[in-house]
Design a protein around this ligand. Structure first.
Ligand code: PSU
Ligand code: MN
Length: 313
């Protein structure tokens, strides 16, 4: 239940405020990918390029973070740089962590779950990320299931992603989403994407390649009163996709190291992401940048289509 006072935490950037006034569609972007998902300076350059791509499509990007005790909807360039340079000193904010950063004033980057919550408060329907969190391999023992999945079950925001990395158990992640009634749409591929690799081997629920069809699906879902999000998966562009066997090798090695070092809790995902980057000699980073930029285009087109699609029936 949204409290009326929740709006008081929001601070819109100048550009996002202008877009709201003009009725231009907004696309939310997460900041954990900037602070914890990519190294400096590639993270800053990618964040800027992603924002520019969304503007080129006619929508306005709204990068979400917590700074100075406010939920920021849109960051100016200087703030984006602060976040990109902050590294580990920036908190990683999922649902349970948002109050900590708001109460203390510490800077924080929002995960998929954290960004969905903030996007919803700001009235933003579409959110672009790289990959979602999910059910970790070995979750039967560790209970490690990303809070992203619970958020998708409860918060009505469309999340555009290149599927999920196979650091996760993708099959179990899709089972979990099915149990919680979260539709998984795909575009440009029949399968749910596996981040660096185009296909995960698991089919998405519905393949909808064009934005108006995606928008009609989402409007039908929400106008039925079905709370909860939608996942729209789209694969990394062919030219930047990496061979599955090679990616599997890096992931297996990273997982073994995490296990040997006893890494747990919210540190697991950033640890694995950083190790894969090192083990791949930077090749994974190039693919990561390409897929995020592609997701931004798909997301911007969806935001425009949703703006043209009235609530059904
Ligand atoms: N997967 C990626 N890159 C990322 C993340 C996930 O390929 O940067 C980030 C996202 O912000 C996601 C978060 O919401 O990690 C999930 O963390 P956890 O597994 O601790 O819930
Ligand atoms: Mn976890």
């Amino acid at each position: 239940m949204t409290q009326p006072s929740a709006q008081a935490w929001l601070q819109f950037s100048k550009r996002v405020s202008a877009a709201r006034t003009e009725g231009r569609p907004l696309v939310a972007l997460e900041s954990t990918i900037v602070a914890h998902g990519m190294p400096f300076p590639e993270n800053l350059r990618t964040a800027r390029e992603v924002e520019a791509l969304i503007r080129a499509e006619g929508a306005e990007p709204a990068t979400v973070a917590v700074m100075d005790g406010r939920i920021r909807i849109g960051l100016d360039d200087e703030e984006l740089e602060r976040l990109a340079r902050g590294g580990p000193s920036v908190l990683k904010l999922s649902r349970r962590d948002l109050p900590a950063a708001l109460a203390s004033g510490a800077p924080g980057a929002t995960t998929v779950a954290g960004t969905m919550i903030c996007a919803r408060l700001a009235g933003i329907e579409v959110f672009v990320t790289g990959g979602i969190g999910g059910v970790h391999r070995g979750a039967a023992q560790s209970f490690d299931i990303s809070a992203d999945l619970q958020e998708l079950a409860r918060t009505p925001v469309a999340v555009v992603c290149a599927g999920a990395k196979s650091i996760l158990d993708i099959g179990l992640t899709l089972e979990y989403l099915e149990t919680h009634g979260v539709p998984v749409l795909s575009c440009e591929h029949d399968e749910f994407a596996a981040f660096f690799v185009r296909g995960s081997g698991h089919r998405a629920d519905y393949r909808l390649d064009d934005a108006p069809a995606q928008a009609r699906f989402i409007r039908a879902q929400w106008s039925l009163g079905l709370e909860g999000g939608v996942v729209l998966s789209t694969p990394v562009p062919e030219a930047d996709a990496l061979p599955r066997e090679e990616v599997d090798g890096w992931i297996d090695a990273a997982l073994r190291e995490a296990d040997a070092q006893g890494i747990g809790g919210k540190a697991v995902t950033p640890f694995l992401l950083a190790r894969i980057k090192q083990l791949s000699g930077g090749r994974s980073l190039k693919a990561n940048i390409a897929l995020v930029k592609h997701n931004a285009q798909v997301g911007a087109r969806l935001a425009l289509a949703l703006a043209q699609t009235p609530s059904l029936p």
